[in-house]
Design a protein around this ligand. Structure first.
Ligand code: SF4
Length: 267
């Protein structure tokens, strides 16, 4: 865990929901999500962009369970927590299916390292955004090249910035269809299904982490903090708003929200 500007408090840590009963209408929710995945699969080639988050593990599980022709890749930024790296290989063994490793180009990494050292991300937003561009956005764009659709684990319940996430939208930023099959899943529904189907997830969810990204930019949260308060928290402390890395910055036209609406959605 990085110690950059951690809030001084002794409040209890966040603990992920332990659903004891089936959430209302869960069967319908799950059926709708599988239907969205099936629709995504018709836009071949289609890929799940996984961060190995709990949401992405649910989607990977459904893709394998339903034998859908949707590939999966993950961005190896070179800054992932060790727990995420270990989960990656454990998941591949568990399902007998691979998750393609997408990395920044050597030339771009060399340019980044020449431009700034690792600690620069804490000193200016521009430096942090450059790191995200080189390690995340550019490799994502390369991975999506030639695809007709991608699948993400975005949920409306994750943040105010995601409150209008649709099941399907046209992602003009990357030039393809984007499917968000878990858009209307609550935290309770997510963790109920994970426990029900014994889906492997990061052990960090049991150590106070509610949202997991790169190691230097992720911290555990206290129980009363926003679930995404542990992502780029030093920037949020200055701006008062959630910080974004750029992956889900799109101009979109969706099937279930007003057309031509531009939005920036945290990744
Ligand atoms: S999340 Fe942090 S370490 Fe990862 S690419 Fe962005 S700035 Fe770099």
């Amino acid at each position: 865990m990085n110690q950059q500007s951690l809030p001084a408090t002794t409040k209890p840590w966040y603990r992920r929901p332990q659903a004891v009963a089936c959430p209302d209408q869960f069967g319908t929710l799950l059926a709708d999500s599988v239907a969205t995945l099936r629709r995504a699969a018709t836009h071949s080639p289609c890929a799940l962009a996984s961060s190995l988050s709990a949401e992405d593990m649910v989607l990977f599980h459904l893709i394998q369970r339903e034998r859908l022709p949707i590939g999966t890749f993950a961005l190896d930024t070179g800054r992932l927590p060790q727990a995420t790296i270990e989960l990656w290989s454990a998941v591949e063994s568990h399902y007998g299916a691979s998750i393609e490793r997408v990395v920044p180009t050597g030339a771009r990494l060399a340019a980044l390292k020449a431009a700034q050292d690792d600690s620069a991300i804490y000193e200016s937003k521009a430096a942090r955004e450059l790191c995200c561009t080189v390690r995340k956005t550019e490799p994502l764009r390369a991975a999506l090249a030639g695809k007709r659709a991608w699948v993400t684990g975005l949920r409306r319940a994750q943040s105010a910035g995601r409150a209008n996430v649709p099941h399907q939208e046209h992602d003009a930023g990357f030039g393809l269809e984007k499917f968000n099959p878990l858009a209307d899943w609550t935290d309770e529904a997510l963790w109920y299904f994970i426990d029900l189907e014994n889906i492997p997830v990061s052990p960090l969810y049991d150590r106070g982490y509610a949202s997991i990204g790169c190691d230097p930019c992720t911290r555990p949260i206290r129980f009363d903090e926003h679930p995404r308060a542990g992502r780029w928290w030093w920037e949020a402390a200055v701006s008062g708003t959630a910080t974004e890395c750029g992956i889900h910055v799109v101009h979109k036209t969706s099937t279930d929200q007003p057309a031509n609406q531009s939005s920036r959605v945290p990744a």
